[in-house]
Design a protein. Structure first.
Length: 259
C-alpha cells in the first residue's frame, strides 16, 4: 500500500513550532455514566518533562488520549499554544495528530516489520521518498542507539530495545510533544533507568515537550520537573516535583509518597 499526504517532513518541522504549550480548561470525559476525567484545568509548559501520576484508574491514560487528540473530551477546551484544537476535525485533526508522538507500556510495534520497517512506517504515511526515509531511519537508529539492530525482527529484541524502536518511530516525523503512557512499567529497574536517560537526553537535544504518565514515583523523581497528581479523574495537586513530593497537601499525593 502506498500512503500519500500533502504534508512532507519540512512542513512538519515548520509546524512543530506552532505548539508552545498545552492547556486544558474544564476538561471532562464520561464513559457510560463513569467520570474518567473530571473538570481538569492544567497548563503544561513547553520544552520540559511533565509527569502525571496517580493510582490505577485515576484517569491518567484518558487524559493523555485527550491531550494527544486521540479522543475528544466530553466537555471543556484544549489548546496548543493559542490554538484551540479539541474542535478540529477531518484532515486538520489528522495533521495535528501527526505532530504528536506516543509510546506505550506494551510498545505497540508491528511484528510483521523489522526494526527499520517499524521506524519507517510514519514516514511512509507522510509520503516521503524511499531515499528520504532511509536517511531519516538511519538518523533515528543512531539517536536511540540501536544502529546494530536495524534489520532485526522484533522477537529478537529485549523490552528495552523494543521501547527504543517505539521511541524512534514516535520521533520520526519530528513531533513537538512526546506522550509516554507507562513507557517503563514493563521494564526492569536497570532498563527503566536507561530508557529514562534516553528520554531526558532526547528532550534536551530536540527541545521537545515530554508528557509522562506513570504510577511510579521514582520515574517522576528521575526525570520530571513538574508533576500533576490525579485522583478519581481530577488533578488534585500540581507543581514542581520537589514541592509536591516534599510537602504533599492531598491524601492522594501523600499516599504516593509513602508508597
Ligand atoms: N474506553 C473506555 N470505555 C469505558 N471506560 C473507560 C475507557 N477508558 C477508560 N475507562 C475508565 O475510566 C477510568 C480511568 O481509566 P484510565 O485508563 O484513564 O486510568 P489510568 O489512570 O490510566 O489507570 P492505569 O494506571 O491502570 O493505567 C477507569 O475507571 C476506566 O475503567
Ligand atoms: Mg493508564
Amino acid at each position: 500500500m502506498k500512503y500519500h499526504s500533502d504534508c512532507g517532513l519540512e512542513d512538519m518541522r515548520a509546524m512543530r513550532y506552532h505548539i508552545s504549550m498545552i492547556r486544558l480548561w474544564h476538561v471532562s470525559k464520561q464513559y457510560a455514566g463513569l467520570t474518567a476525567v473530571d473538570n481538569v484545568d492544567l497548563t503544561i509548559n513547553d520544552d520540559c518533562i511533565f509527569g502525571i501520576i496517580g493510582k490505577s484508574g485515576a484517569g491518567k491514560s484518558t487524559l493523555l488520549r485527550i491531550m494527544s487528540l486521540l479522543e475528544p473530551p466530553g466537555s471543556g477546551e484544549l489548546y496548543y499554544g493559542a490554538e484551540r484544537v479539541d474542535t478540529l476535525k477531518g484532515k486538520e485533526l489528522l495533521l495535528k495528530r501527526r505532530q504528536m508522538g506516543m509510546i506505550f507500556q506494551n510498545f505497540n510495534l508491528f511484528s510483521s516489520r523489522n526494526v527499520s520497517g517499524n521506524i519507517a512506517y510514519p514516514l511512509e504515511i507522510a509520503g516521503l521518498s524511499k531515499k528520504e526515509i532511509r536517511a531519516r531511519v538511519e538518523e533515528l537508529l543512531y539517536l536511540v542507539q540501536i544502529t546494530d539492530k536495524s534489520k532485526s525482527r522484533l522477537r529478537e529484541l529485549s523490552g528495552g530495545q523494543k521501547q527504543r524502536v517505539a521511541i524512534a518511530r514516535a520521533l520520526a516525523v519530528n513531533p513537538r510533544v512526546l506522550f509516554c503512557d507507562e513507557a517503563t512499567s514493563a521494564l526492569d529497574p536497570q532498563t527503566t533507568r536507561s530508557i529514562l536517560a534516553l528520554i531526558r537526553d532526547i528532550q534536551e537535544k530536540l527541545q521537545i515537550t515530554v508528557i509522562l504518565v506513570t504510577h511510579q514515583m521514582e520515574v517522576i523523581r528521575a526525570v520530571c520537573r513538574q508533576v500533576a497528581v490525579m485522583d478519581c479523574g481530577r488533578v488534585v495537586e500540581s507543581g514542581s516535583v520537589e514541592s509536591v513530593f516534599n510537602s504533599p497537601k492531598t491524601d492522594a499525593a501523600k499516599n504516593l509518597v509513602v508508597g
